[in-house]
Design a protein around this ligand. Structure first.
Ligand code: XMP
Length: 318
């Protein structure tokens, strides 16, 4: 019978046979898929693996630190960590169009990745966390929604850099990847992580991405996750996060009038992100989210809950 243990063994054997004495690159994002690929590859080829992590300044609170702690300190993997925050923010300056943001972020990621990778001599392979649904989608999914948003990973890189792909998760579904992650000893925090888009917080800030907007969104978002975890709701939803809206509304604080920004909370249930329904979270939990965000995050005086399903809305606001 098929078990995760036997999958790990045969995957390791296959990777070793393919790689031989060559070197492998892996782009870590901190998400489940690339994390599982990295640990699997490290088990298979050890120091022949080189991981690269690019902090684009658009990550959630504590994310970069977690990646470094888990992979460099705990798993002792060779990891190059690049803080490219200033570069990303300067290229995003003044940009408000969602697809424009995606394009800038995707291209800059490739640029930085290529630059770093070219410093590592003798690399022949690139390891990627492509899943079975990704494979199917790229072959048969030609619906109009394919172009609604351009989801990027590291597409285009392998050909440009003349790297051959290693995709050990090609036959797995998300829940199997999570199981595999556990089998490989990844912490539950990473295994159960919600999907997070490549362009990160940039597509959850409607309008311009500025350091101040990032500060507000990051703080609000951390409160959403903290409270969902505490209420045991994080594992009941597909994704939950905060969105910063480009409008101001009037409020009152003590005797003072305020005129500040609005945070929307998005929490959805889904099995594959193709369709989704807004989560019927308890009023008590929503009340705590609203109170904490307004009290703790300066610059916000109103919180709203998104009660739209996909379709016709999408999960992300941009
Ligand atoms: P939407 O908003 O299209 O999102 O309903 C469906 C799923 O895809 C994620 N998403 C992205 N992931 N790059 C990514 O890597 C992107 O540009 C992107 N846009 C949306 C979204 O978080 C959800 O899980």
């Amino acid at each position: 019978t098929w078990t995760m243990k036997s999958f790990v063994e045969s995957a390791i054997t296959a990777i070793r046979e393919k790689v031989g004495s060559d070197r492998v690159l892996c782009a870590l994002s901190g998400g489940v898929d690339s994390s599982v690929v990295a640990v699997l590859l490290h088990k298979a080829v050890g120091e022949q693996l080189q991981c690269i992590f690019v902090n684009n300044g658009l990550l959630r609170k504590g994310e970069a630190e977690t990646v470094e702690r888990v992979f460099r300190d705990h798993f002792e993997m060779p990891l190059v960590s690049i803080n490219a925050t200033d570069l990303f923010l300067s290229r995003l300056k003044g940009v408000t169009d969602p697809e424009q943001k995606r394009k800038i972020i995707g291209n800059l990621f490739i640029e930085i990745f290529e630059r770093e990778a070219s410093k590592l001599q003798g690399t022949r392979y690139l390891a990627q966390g492509t899943l079975y649904p990704d494979v199917i989608e790229s072959v048969s999914f030609k619906g109009p929604s394919a172009t609604i948003k351009t989801h990027h990973n590291v597409g285009g890189l392998p050909e440009r850099m003349k790297l051959e792909l290693i995709e050990p998760l090609r036959e797995l579904f998300k829940d199997e990847v999570r199981q595999l992650g556990r089998e490989l000893g990844l912490p539950e925090r990473i295994v159960m992580r919600h999907p997070f888009p490549g362009p990160g917080l940039a597509i959850r800030i409607l309008g311009e991405v500025t350091p101040e907007n990032l500060r507000i969104l990051r703080q609000a978002d951390a409160i959403v996750l903290e409270e969902l975890e505490a209420a045991n709701w994080d594992n009941r939803v597909w994704q939950a996060f905060a969105v910063l809206l480009p409008v101001r509304s009037v409020g009152v604080m003590g005797d003072e009038r305020t005129y500040e920004q609005v945070v929307a909370i998005r929490a959805v249930e889904s099995v594959d992100a193709m369709t989704a329904d807004w989560a019927r979270m308890p009023y008590q939990l929503l009340a705590r989210l609203s109170n904490r965000i307004i009290n703790e995050v300066s610059g916000v005086n109103r919180v709203v809950y998104d009660i739209s399903s996909k379709p016709p809305s999408t999960i992300e606001w941009e």
